[in-house]
Design a protein around this ligand. Structure first.
Ligand SMILES: Nc1ncnc2c1ncn2[C@@H]1O[C@H](COP(=O)(O)OP(=O)(O)O)[C@@H](O)[C@H]1O
Ligand SMILES: [Mg+2]
Length: 271
């Protein structure tokens, strides 16, 4: 079954804010996507192509102008309060800027505990144990629960946000540039962590990034978003070669020739 399905989503914003003219900018144009059970769909697009708008609409945080968002076969817009709360339990998100998406006065433990407390009634000691275990699952220590957001590095705080996102074992996590602001070493560790969690929990990912290397590494199918339109799609990464859009072929060329002429990758060197 398709867990998350976007059908012909249109979205426009008024240009120039409050005092601007009434022109509207079409940010998403008839975007359709489906995310299946256990899948990792990569959404590749340059900055400003509409990726975050799409993720907000998929999460039900903003309505589309037209089109439908279906989660587990049911339209988000038609759900009552209780049902939409239950949907939120199964549909989580990790944004790029974790410092901006957590309350600076809450400890990491409170951040991770929040979704659990919203949906379950657990005793304090059970909650503490679960939070500790979640922090350990993302490579932090249970004692980190006492720390405030500013006491973590960017990569550590991103791990806290991942722990929060997996706390309720959601069926889908939308990762919107979730590792983009981290250095490559931390990026690789967090991508490995996400891949491991996917294997362990069977969660589906909508993996959004402007970075084709990350998408190629993580995704098992790929959609290319360009100026609000899906301009390429490959069901299965072995088919990415069939995507002909110039933006995509230019990006592929760039990753296929990552080293200056004459320089060898470390893995090519004799051991
Ligand atoms: N709330 C908003 N009001 C007006 N314009 C917006 C709003 N949100 C996004 N946009 C515009 O929509 C376009 C796509 O933005 P965004 O979805 O953030 O792209 P991406 O995440 O791919 O960088 C940009 O031109 C941006 O300025
Ligand atoms: Mg964005």
């Amino acid at each position: 079954m398709n867990l998350l399905e976007l059908r012909a989503i249109d979205k426009s914003y008024r240009r120039g804010g409050w005092f601007g003219n009434r022109d509207r900018v079409q940010v998403l144009k008839k975007v359709s996507l489906t995310l299946g059970e256990g899948a990792c769909l990569g959404l590749l697009g340059r900055n400003g192509s509409g990726k975050s708008t799409l993720s907000r609409i998929a999460l039900g945080l903003e309505p589309p102008d037209s089109g439908q968002v279906l989660f587990q076969g049911r339209e988000l817009a038609g759900l009552g309060r209780r049902e939409s709360a239950l949907t939120r339990k199964d549909l989580q998100v990790v944004f790029q800027n974790s410092l901006g998406s957590v309350n600076p006065r809450m400890t990491a433990g409170q951040v991770v505990a929040e979704p659990i407390c919203n949906f379950e009634s657990v005793t304090k000691s059970v909650l503490r144990r679960r939070v500790g275990r979640l922090l350990e699952m993302v490579g932090l220590q249970a004692s980190d629960a006492e720390k405030l957001p500013h006491q973590f590095s960017g990569g550590q705080l991103q791990r806290v946000c991942i722990a929060r996102a997996i706390a309720l074992k959601p069926r889908v996590i939308i990762l919107d540039e979730a590792v983009s602001s981290l250095d490559m070493v931390v990026q690789t560790r967090i991508l490995d962590l996400l891949a491991g969690l996917r294997r362990e929990l069977g969660t589906s990912y909508l993996f959004i990034s402007h970075d084709i290397r990350i998408i190629l590494r993580m995704a098992d199918s790929l959609a290319v978003l360009h100026e609000g339109e899906i301009v390429g799609y490959a069901e299965g990464m072995e088919k990415v070669g069939t995507i002909q859009h110039p933006l995509f072929t230019a990006l592929m060329d760039a990753v296929l020739h990552p080293l200056p002429a004459g320089m060898r990758a470390v893995s090519d060197s004799p051991a």
